[in-house]
Design a protein around this ligand. Sequence first.
Ligand code: MN
Ligand code: MN
Length: 286
Amino acid sequence: MEKEVLEKYKRAEEISTKVIEFSKGLLKDGIKILEIAESVEKKIFELGAKPAFPLNIGINEVAAHFTPASDDTSILKVGDLVKIDIGVHVDGYICDRAFTICVGDEKHQLIEACEKTLKEALKLIKPGAKICEISEVVENSLAEFGFNPIRNLCGHGLERFVQHAAPSIPNAKNDIKDELKENQVIAMEVFGTNGSGWVKESYPALIYQFANDRLPRLLEARKILDMAKFKFEKLPFTKRWLKEFSPLKLDFALKELVNIDAIKAFPILKEQTDALVAQAEETVIL
Ligand code: MN
Ligand code: MN
């Protein structure tokens, strides 16, 4: 990997470490989740990087792809299992990391299981490691704690301005014999649950991403597509970041953009049986 690229990845990682520390200080009983999202994203900009995607805040059965809307009034409560998934990029080079806390509680077995499992998996993340070997360690390690992996969620590669690249590293056992290679950037993530171990999609979506060049009919849709491409640099964005549009026009425009396949929507992912989900994730350069 070129020296300049490596330096940008390192800066993204350093900034993400500061942002994680900052965000941990916010996660208290009674805080609005909107305040968490806005202040963490602001912090990323202040430290000289950009969010690679809207701050994902997954509470209890919500595994991924939730970020508060601008009118969200919900607050954290004691006992909530809160996943914070942070993407930081420097010039498109992304560091993707996540952690889980239980509000008002130092320890939670599901969090411990995911953190320990991630540590075990990271030991294997080296050139030559087979995907199936890593997945097996994840499933077995979670099983030792009595938990299931989320079978339809995966660790993944990262590329410049691409937050989900090949290879996929499933949380559950599989037959994928592909090997990791030198210079790959891997976001290894573990999702554990005390439920069935599958996530289902839930609507309305809050997160979107540029997909294809199209010519939308609505003026607002044209403006949003332009922002998706240039301002958000084809990385995921959320309705909350489109403050200049009235809520009604925004919904119509996003609907048109999804219908003509100009943007892609990411539905909220919830555990199928509404069981608890914890997550742990780190980005590694091989
Ligand atoms: Mn992530
Ligand atoms: Mn990830």
